[in-house]
Design a protein around this ligand. Structure first.
Ligand code: GLV
Length: 330
């Protein structure tokens, strides 16, 4: 009896070696573990003969790519956000698309607070000053920052991660207001109160953005919205580059119309608008909000499960395009 041929699976980025070992036992693996950035052409070439793929947000999957991947049955995003995936195109080609919700909620919420606290209390700026030997004596008015405790926090995008942020805010005795297109049932709002977007920007002492990126959220925060915010406020973007108009944000930070920003995501990342680098009142991290060892492993494992279940003919736990199921490629 011949052994069945293993499914061919492409992994586009470096993962922990023990995860690659597990994948290698199950699949014929094309693993890119030297982690070079795959061009669109190279991605298309690798996927042309693949049954499944583990990809990340930097890889775009759309109609043209899928047209050249006749065996591909599943693209498993190792990310909760999926603006890199054209879901109607996946469905049209019979390709199952999945993401990694929930497993990262708490780590991303922690990072949101790290950015909020560090930007408000000028942690990055004062550490840079200390490192270059400028600390000669203690002075009364060294780096006065903004308080977090007892203040009003505005969350734009009250989904699963937004609610984890709201629970943390309660520990800082903050009042939490939020804006979604529609108010949540009270039991799901983690004690936060729904307000309109403009009211949220006016009333909040600090604002955290956690909305998915879509055409409707492109430049959700631009010059007009920044002008509504308090000049003492901190703005945190944990969502996606493009949700904020970075040029308008740089102008507001430079002109003192906003106290500070804590940013994990940027328009056009990994390139940065050089204007950010000239500002002391912006604290930046390179899109690492979900990056703890345990959470990154949990995300990869959920993506691996989505892949394995689909290839075994079973519905994966985080199916993004349920319409595909009855007409999926087998
Ligand atoms: C990270 O940005 C994610 O979407 O998981």
């Amino acid at each position: 009896m011949s052994t069945p041929e293993k499914h061919r699976v492409v992994v586009t980025r470096r993962l922990y070696p023990f995860l690659i070992d597990e994948l290698r036992t199950a699949y014929a693996l094309d693993d890119n573990q030297d982690d070079h950035l795959l061009s669109a052409d190279e991605l298309a070439q690798r996927l042309a003969t693949a049954d499944g793929a583990l990809i990340v947000g930097g890889e775009r999957v759309g109609d043209a790519l899928l047209a050249g991947t006749p065996r591909l049955k599943v693209v498993a995003n190792v990310a909760v956000g999926y603006n890199n995936l054209d879901l109607p195109a996946c469905t049209k080609h019979g390709v199952v698309a999945t993401n990694t919700p929930d497993v990262l909620n708490e780590s991303v919420a922690d990072h949101g607070f790290a950015l909020l606290l560090a930007a408000a209390r000028r942690v990055g700026e004062s550490e840079r000053w200390l490192r270059v030997g400028l600390w000669k004596r203690w002075t009364f008015d060294m780096f006065p920052g903004a308080d977090i405790h007892g203040k009003t926090l505005g969350i734009v995008g009250m989904g699963r991660i937004g609610r984890s942020i709201a629970r943390r805010a309660a520990g800082f005795s903050m009042r939490v207001i939020y804006h979604n297109r529609k108010p949540l049932p009270a039991a799901e709002a983690a004690g936060a109160e729904w307000v309109g977007k403009e009211d949220l920007l006016r009333e909040s002492d600090h604002v955290i953005l956690m909305v998915p990126y879509a055409p409707s959220t492109h430049h959700l925060i631009g010059a007009a919205e920044l002008a509504l915010m308090k000049p003492t406020a901190v703005l945190v973007n944990l969502a996606r580059g493009g949700v904020v108009d970075d040029r308008a944000l740089i102008r507001a930070l430079r002109d003192g119309r906003l106290a500070a920003a804590g940013l994990d995501v940027f328009e056009g990342e990994p390139e940065l608008n050089p204007g950010f680098l000239e500002l002391e009142n912006v604290l930046m991290t390179p899109h690492i909000a979900s990056s703890t060892r345990a959470t990154r492993e949990a995300m990869a494992r959920l993506a691996m499960r989505n892949l394995a279940e689909t290839l075994a003919g079973r519905r994966p736990p985080s199916l993004l395009n349920p319409d595909v199921w009855d007409q999926r490629r087998r």
